[in-house]
Design a protein around this ligand. Structure first.
Ligand SMILES: C[S@@+](CC[C@H](N)C(=O)[O-])C[C@H]1O[C@@H](n2cnc3c(N)ncnc32)[C@H](O)[C@@H]1O
Length: 219
């Protein structure tokens, strides 16, 4: 679902400060130096940055990178980061697939989130869902032994799809707990999408994964 949001007026210097160039054949120097920073947390499909800005405020010594392909939502994420005076957050205006095809393992990646990515309920649109074998493979390429991948959804059909995609990727990823899904995560920051789902009575499912080749003692 493409964003129907309008663009907002945002000073170009703010965009330049918070949005890193991705690069074409190889990653830009700016991105390369940012993702080498300690304690990196990435959110794919970060939308207006509600979740990631809260995390950046909560953990000032970590570095946060939000990825979204919709220009108006990245503008709003930048505005939000600036309003909070944050310097430990940056954004990529790109598809997550393109971003992960350029980002290498950095040794610093602690967490990756895919929160409430579009469920694309109609069968003919399922191929647009971002949780797919190819994306899981790209994400696995950047994960460290310590990295936890969080995939969060409130959509019943998409939940089953995600579980099935994770099962199919079990040579690459394993559950953090006994099962892929956990019922609750403490202190998960709310976003508009999360609140809309809760207001409709939806339950939220959190899928947590690590690299399959990591020992269980890490949990
Ligand atoms: C339903 S919104 C959720 C936003 C946010 N994660 C939240 O919880 O509020 C999904 C977001 O994913 C973005 N998106 C969809 N497909 C994408 C892709 N392939 N790469 C990057 N962003 C994508 C959309 O632009 C949109 O902002």
């Amino acid at each position: 679902m493409r964003s129907r949001l309008r663009t907002i007026k945002l000073p170009p210097e703010l965009w330049g400060r918070y949005v890193l160039p991705l690069g074409e054949e190889k990653m830009s120097d700016e991105l390369s130096s940012y993702i080498g920073e300690k304690g990196l947390v990435i959110e794919c499909c970060c939308g207006k940055g509600e979740f990631l800005v809260e995390e950046a405020l909560k953990y000032p010594d970590k570095h946060f990178l939000g990825i979204d392909y919709a220009y108006p939502v990245v503008q709003r994420a930048v505005k939000r980061a600036h309003q909070h005076g944050l310097d430990n957050i940056r954004f990529l205006h790109a598809t997550m697939e393109k971003a992960f095809s350029l980002i290498p393992r950095t040794g610093q990646l602690e967490r990756i989130y895919i929160n409430f990515s579009d469920p694309w309920p109609k069968k003919r649109h399922w191929k647009r869902r971002v949780v797919q074998q190819e994306t899981l493979r790209l994400i696995h390429n950047v994960m460290e032994e310590e990295t936890v991948l969080y995939i969060v959804t409130d959509h019943p059909g998409y939940k089953e799809w995600i579980r099935d995609q994770l099962d199919q990727a079990s040579s690459l990823l394993r559950p953090v707990e006994e099962e892929w899904a956990v019922e609750n995560l403490d202190e998960f920051h709310e976003s508009d999408y999360m609140m809309k789902g809760l207001a409709r009575g939806y339950t939220i499912t959190f899928f947590l994964a690590r690299r399959a080749d990591t020992p269980r003692r890490n949990n």
